[in-house]
Design a protein around this ligand. Sequence first.
Ligand code: VGL
Ligand code: ZN
Length: 199
Amino acid sequence: MTKDALIVIDVQNDFCPGGALAVDAGDEILPIVNKLILRFDRVILTQDWHPAQHSSFASSHPGRAPFDTIAMPYGEQTLWPDHCVQGSVGAEFHPDLHWTKAQLVIRKGFRPHIDSYSAFFENDRRTPTGLAGYLRERGITHVTFVGLATDFCVAYSALDAVSQGFTAEVLMDACRGIDLAGSMKIMTDRMLKAGVTLI
Ligand code: VGL
Ligand code: ZN
């Protein structure tokens, strides 16, 4: 029997209108996300959680601007405006998110020298967050993703879910994207090719 879980990705103030790395209409997903939280028995949240001066912030690289890309030891990295700094209001869940039912909050991006989009692995694609082990220990085989941003944290999480042996679906109506250099199309194509169900 499949046992499923809802994984709500990064529904935080900084990714919503008015936030430091606002995703267009990011807050529009809240009513749907809250309905889904009610419907699922197993709910997990992720929270982007960077130390100040994180290496993914353009401000940590003199002469660089947000949305530039740079080479990191682990590969190419997009530089972002300062966002989701640990303990800041921007890092808090959106005030309308019904988060109390969540059984686990996975924090990611807390290592100063490495970014993390996926809920499963850091951007070196090797350092685990522990989520796969948690899901396996609970016997969860199918994961449903919603949240922000479709073409970054949601997409990388869904791709890793499949690579870790889970079946994965993304409810596109309950996600919004950044769409940087065609990333929306690139990442939806990658998800489809990997066998992620897009609904
Ligand atoms: C995200 C960029 C940087 C996301 C997080 O949640 O998609 N994107 N940090
Ligand atoms: Zn981040």
